[in-house]
Unconditional design. Sequence first.
Length: 68
Amino acid sequence: MRSDWILDVLADLKTFALSVDLTALAEQLDDTALIALAEIASLEERTQAHAHGQDTATGVHTGEFGAG
């Protein structure tokens, strides 16, 4: 996962927010981390599909057939 560094940054921000009693911000950062996870997973799925010749919009395989 190339983008997982952002999850570490969000966790550090949450730790800091809790240490200075910014609980609403810490909760928001939890939500933000969930969104980041979903988007990273979606991006990786699209990247994998594209690498295997899958058209993610239509679900149609566009790659070549034959021995490889």
